[in-house]
Design a protein around this ligand. Structure first.
Ligand code: ADP
Length: 152
């Protein structure tokens, strides 16, 4: 018997959860794609954040719903604006790795006031390959799973 309280055990469990246990599939768009295409992809794929990649599939940036709304104000032709001029670009993109602790990612989402982070792997020379996505929804799912565990 460890002498640990229920809340200490729960805390330990939470801190052990890794990103790969709850990550989803990433939705990526080429940086040369138009803002119009990005909006279409966001609806078709039913996600709130798109990861933008260059021609070598390296992470180049991220585009949120509000980024696309902002670009849609005014009377520009959205077919003629490439998504890479409105994205939040590297190196300003917050990323995480599949073996990171989920609670640490949650802390960063709150601190940086963002909804999602790409799960990446380092590419040999430089840059990142996008292998997954963590959103506030994945973190909510982890919370619900913990509560369900307690009930069994
Ligand atoms: P929304 O703006 O639709 O509410 P977010 O809160 O996720 O969605 O995005 C807020 C701003 O932060 C946007 O300009 C977006 O480009 C940027 N952003 C989103 N995700 C990240 C990230 N992982 N790293 C850096 N910036 C991000």
């Amino acid at each position: 018997y460890t002498g640990k309280t229920g809340s200490q055990l729960l805390t330990e469990k939470i801190k052990k959860i890794k990103v790969h246990e709850f990550q989803s599939l990433p939705v990526v768009v080429q940086e040369s794609a138009s803002v119009y295409d990005a909006i279409t992809t966001m609806f078709l794929e039913d996600v709130g954040t798109l990861f933008i990649v260059d021609e070598k599939s390296k992470l180049a940036g991220v585009v949120s719903r509000k980024d696309l709304l902002r670009a849609s104000l005014g009377q520009q032709n959205l077919n003629q604006i490439p998504v890479n001029i409105i994205m939040t670009r590297m190196p300003n993109v917050a990323v995480c790795y599949k073996d990171d602790h989920l609670i640490e990612v949650a802390r960063q989402l709150i601190e940086r006031q963002i909804d999602a982070m790409p799960v990446v792997e380092k590419i040999d020379n430089d840059g990142f390959e996008v292998i997954g996505r963590v959103t506030k929804t994945n973190i909510t799912k982890a919370l619900v799973d913990l509560a369900v565990d307690e009930l069994i």
